[in-house]
Design a protein around this ligand. Sequence first.
Ligand SMILES: NC(=O)c1ccc[n+]([C@@H]2O[C@H](COP(=O)([O-])OP(=O)(O)OC[C@H]3O[C@@H](n4cnc5c(N)ncnc54)[C@H](O)[C@@H]3O)[C@@H](O)[C@H]2O)c1
Length: 251
Amino acid sequence: MRFENKVCIVTGAASGIGRATAIAFAEEGAKVVLADLEDFESVKSQISNPESHIYLKCNIAKREDVVELIKTTVDTFGRLDCAINCAGIAGKLSLPVHEYPEEEWLNQIQVNLVGTYYCVKFQLEQMMKQGGGNIICVSSAAGLVGQPDNSSYAASKHGVNGLVKSAAIEYATKNIRVNAICPTAIETPMIMHGRRNLAENPAALEQAKNHQRMKRMGQPSEVADVALWLCSDQSSFITGHCMAVDGGAFA
Ligand SMILES: NC(=O)c1ccc[n+]([C@@H]2O[C@H](COP(=O)([O-])OP(=O)(O)OC[C@H]3O[C@@H](n4cnc5c(N)ncnc54)[C@H](O)[C@@H]3O)[C@@H](O)[C@H]2O)c1
């Protein structure tokens, strides 16, 4: 019960990594504010003490939604101890930069980078008022190295890592830590039914597994465990870190 009575926001909490993270924090005693565009039926049936948490429809790409998310959190629970920003999208297209439709390119930036910026900005504002806190952004390995035919996603995640490192320095003496998690292939709806449609493409699935030295994909719970640790006092001297969670891919 490392997070007993701690208040945690998890964005993207209806699916995949966010869902596993919300469940993991609730298991450790946290009061969780789950935020997503989608409904929460599947997570509600699995989360401990489902009535202790709040479930909010929120589009992180809209400033007013994120302001409302923080306000509802503080109005309900009085504070915000941890925020795990998982919400994000991956484009469905594989195209080089000059062929990529502009609107789609910019939409990924709007959700993954601008949306994460709104979350971090207003989370920091609240954490400054209360004298501390802990922020995690779920970025990507595509925030550490380029990803051919997926430049918008990679640019958005590089942007998230730049935001994380800069904020970590700005708030390092304010009792606020800011870190990123950079996974490679994690078995979630995004990757199984997304751009490469791994669920229906055995060759691409094999390739995705082989990218990790462990020759398998990661599980959402393996990312959630890292988020728990990075938000806990056991990582108290770590800030501004963009941690690869990659089964040895970048070793
Ligand atoms: N699955 C992977 O292999 C992988 C690898 C690296 C990074 N990531 C990152 O992990 C995060 C979680 O991805 P996932 O794999 O769990 O995907 P997912 O599609 O299973 O879950 C993403 C969730 O975010 C929500 N979401 C999307 N746009 C939103 C918005 N504008 N406002 C609020 N919620 C929104 C979706 O509704 C969904 O519930 C993403 O930021 C993704 O880029 C995933």
